[in-house]
Design a protein. Structure first.
Length: 324
């Protein structure tokens, strides 16, 4: 069992340790399916809502705890007939997550990430759901940092529609708290990586690099490679969602606090795969920050910290991709 060491008991609510019925939107996706695993392993009841546009049913159908009754709903968060009867907590990960797509198709991005979230919030209100845990983006909402690592009080200035749509989702959730008393936890993720991240879909750089190298193709780095990211392992992210059951009305960065350049990242992956060639360099991509790392002091105060470092996480990801 995960232990929480609260600084102030007023920050917490009394879900933790109880059997909770959770609806996980996007639960067949990369991050969502790991959250499904985490909640099943802690004896909670799980309902997955996913339209399978980017998620994969295999991610949950192969779950070793499948006999613990995963209910699957093949629907979109924008559907008018969503039924949340009996749900205690909604964990909201269904989203358009591609920065480049958001720049090219901002209306499409906003339709899913803003209107879809509003529709979900209306269903939460209608069915009197107790809490929402929302996946936001620490890599996109802050924009170019004024200081590093970036804490939750840093000004918000997104560089892309994706970051703006995630921030709009945050603000609507806080509005529903003020209007209707909805409890929430907003998790601002760093760059999440790990098993089940699809290199052919809306993937992160780690799975793309591994896939290219395994196919004996040279990976492409967009920009000079000195741009930095904060890479956090998906298992640690899933653990944060479990612990967030008891975090009351908090916005929390979930990352490592460490900057890793794309060049450094490539070197780690190349060593793991014994790859001897150099990457290809191309022009930078629009809408992406140059440097970012998240201050995670608040998460640590609430009892969470990352446990899997970059090298170990990459090894696990490589092993998983080799097994496919």
């Amino acid at each position: 069992m995960i232990l929480i060491y609260p600084i102030n008991i007023s920050y917490f609510i009394n879900f933790y340790g109880d059997n909770v019925k959770v609806l996980i939107t996007g639960g067949a996706g990369f991050i969502g399916s790991h959250i499904v695993d985490k909640f099943l392993n802690n004896n909670h009841e799980v309902v997955v809502l996913d339209n399978l546009s980017t998620g994969n049913f295999r991610n949950i159908s192969n779950n070793k705890n499948n006999n613990k009754n995963i209910e699957f709903i093949n629907k979109d968060i924008r559907d008018n007939d969503l039924n949340l009867e009996g749900i205690d907590v909604v964990i909201h990960h269904a989203a358009q997550i591609n920065v480049r797509t958001s720049v090219e198709k901002p209306v499409y991005d906003g339709n899913i990430n803003i209107l879809g979230t509003i529709n979900l919030l209306e269903k939460i209100r209608q069915y009197d759901v107790k809490k929402i845990i929302f996946a936001s983006s620490g890599g996109a909402v802050y924009g170019e940092p004024h200081y590093m690592p970036v804490d939750e009080k840093h000004p918000v200035a997104p560089l892309c529609p994706y970051g703006m749509s995630k921030y709009c989702g945050e603000e609507y959730i806080k509005l529903y708290n003020r209007l209707y008393g909805l409890n929430y936890t907003i998790l601002r993720y760093a760059n999440v990586f790990g098993e089940r991240q699809d290199p052919m879909g809306e993937a992160g750089v780690i799975s793309i690099f591994i896939d290219k190298i395994m196919k004996n193709q040279r990976p492409t780095i967009f920009g000079d490679g000195n741009q930095t990211r904060d890479f956090v392992y998906v298992g640690d992210v899933a653990n944060a969602n479990l612990m967030a059951l008891n975090w009351k009305n908090e916005i929390v960065n979930i990352g490592t606090g460490k900057e890793t350049s794309v060049n450094e990242l490539f070197d780690v992956i190349a060593r793991e795969l014994n790859y001897k060639y150099k990457p290809i360099y191309d022009k930078p991509r629009e809408g992406e920050v140059y440097r970012i790392a998240l201050n995670i002091n608040r998460a640590k105060e609430l009892g969470w910290k990352p446990t899997v470092n970059l090298e170990e996480g990459i090894k696990r990801t490589v092993d998983w991709m080799k097994s496919l």
